[in-house]
Design a protein around this ligand. Structure first.
Ligand SMILES: [Ca+2]
Ligand SMILES: [Ca+2]
Ligand SMILES: [Ca+2]
Length: 153
């Protein structure tokens, strides 16, 4: 049955696959686990902005990028994760918070998150019911390398 262009045609895609057995990493502003579309869908992941194990979205009430809009990207990661939940209703979703509430992040940290998302053993969601992956409390290595380079002038 033909459907108008621009629609997602979810019934067609769901007949092909609903994402069974897959994990979709969402490197963005994080995601709200309490959102109805995401309840029970999220795997544990990492907050690369605050370097903690809770990638929930967070706003700080500041215009971090100086564009006169405060926390304008808050909700973006939850929207993207919700879109994944809708299009792949049986996939698990791993939110990786790599952008702050104004949508800004460090390219090297984003790269690290993407790399880690492709290494199963490095993922906290694979560790079962324990406390998750143990990370050093310091900055992720690529960001630390940049800072060290900067300090060398
Ligand atoms: Ca956090
Ligand atoms: Ca802003
Ligand atoms: Ca902000």
């Amino acid at each position: 049955m033909a459907q108008p262009a621009g629609q997602l045609q979810l019934s067609v895609s769901h007949a092909l696959s609903q994402g069974e057995g897959t994990v979709v990493a969402v490197p963005d502003t994080g995601a709200e686990a309490s959102h109805p579309a995401l309840t029970g869908r999220l795997q544990r992941a990492w907050d690369y902005v605050d370097d903690d194990p809770d990638p929930a979205e967070s706003r700080n009430g500041r215009d971090d990028d100086g564009d006169k809009a405060i926390d304008e990207s808050y909700g973006q990661g939850t929207f993207v994760a919700g879109t994944v939940a809708l299009t792949a209703p049986k996939a698990r979703i791993r939110p990786m918070r790599v952008l702050n509430s104004d949508g800004r992040g460090n390219l090297f940290v984003v790269a690290e998150a993407i790399i880690e998302s492709s290494i199963d053993d490095a993922l906290p969601g694979r560790t079962g019911g324990g406390a998750g992956r143990q990370r050093a409390p310091s900055r992720p290595a690529p960001a630390r390398a940049v800072l060290e380079l900067e300090s060398l002038g």
